[in-house]
Design a protein around this ligand. Structure first.
Ligand SMILES: [Ca+2]
Length: 268
């Protein structure tokens, strides 16, 4: 065993001590920076997760083509403008009573005999099965006659039944093209009913009738829970539609049309 001169030994010890202190100090500094970054990253991740969790519906539910209107307690209440419309349907917000973001009006050519032009589709999710009455809130916005510019085509092709019935229930009619009879007087084709409002009070009101000069109310039967398609297509120019309801016999017509909360919209 060799012995180091005491002066050299002391110098070496001093050097090692300094190196050690410097090293520790540096490690501490790195650790602190590293911890800060990690904490910042975690904070960012938390913010991102919170944002994603808070807004899945608002980010996913911006396209009207994806909208599903959810029936609740026997009622469906939809703002008519909440669908994808072809270009000749116009959204209006002028001085007529309406709710939501406005009402839609057909400004294209008339399609008095042929449904299928200027279509829009609404997906209705039914939980409570049964028969629902259909009524929309519409207005004559062209001319001064209550019998012109007062109708639009309507079809429920995948429902279990779709028919018109007079007030006392003594007459039931089915759209032409379904194979079911009898059919209404007036225009009907390929499963579509012409749905009109009548009277010379031209402003918005709740009425949906079919069968010329013999008003029949409109009913739809949904036999199973699920999503059904409601289609509209343009007939009269100048017919404005603001909203519609479907309601079953658990509520009155007055209760349905005085609803103020639209059906919850979910998405595909
Ligand atoms: Ca509306």
């Amino acid at each position: 065993m060799t012995t180091m001169p005491s002066k050299l030994s002391a110098l070496l010890f001093y050097f090692l001590f300094i190196a050690s202190v410097y090293s520790c100090s540096k490690d501490t500094s790195i650790l602190t920076n590293s911890e800060t970054e990690t904490a910042q990253e975690q904070e960012n991740e938390t913010e991102e997760e919170t944002t994603e969790e808070n807004s899945p519906e608002s980010t996913a539910c911006t396209d009207p083509l994806d909208y599903i209107f959810n029936e609740k307690e026997g009622l469906v209440f939809v703002e008519f403008e909440n669908a994808e419309f072809s270009e000749d349907w116009k959204l209006k917000q002028d001085g007529y009573l309406h709710t939501g973001t406005g009402y839609m009006i057909w400004e294209g050519s008339q399609n008095l005999s042929n449904p299928g032009t200027g279509t829009a589709t609404f997906k209705i999710k039914i939980a409570n099965t049964g028969v629902y009455q259909f009524i929309w809130y519409s207005a004559v916005r062209t001319g001064n006659s209550g019998t012109d510019h007062n109708d639009t085509w309507l079809r429920f092709a995948d429902a279990d039944d779709f028919y018109g019935q007079n007030n006392n229930g003594s007459s039931t009619v089915y759209p032409k093209g379904t194979g079911k009879t009898p059919n209404p007087e007036g225009a009907s084709s390929d499963g579509w009913f012409k749905i009109y409002r009548s009277g010379n009070d031209l402003d918005f009101k709740w009425q949906s009738s079919t069968f010329d000069n013999n008003a029949h109310n409109i009913f739809v039967q949904f036999a199973n829970p699920g999503i059904y398609l409601m289609e509209i297509s343009a007939r009269s120019s100048g017919h404005g539609i603001d909203k519609f309801v479907l309601f079953n016999d658990s509520m009155t017509k007055d209760a349905a049309i005085s609803s103020i909360a639209p059906s919850v919209i979910s998405c595909d």
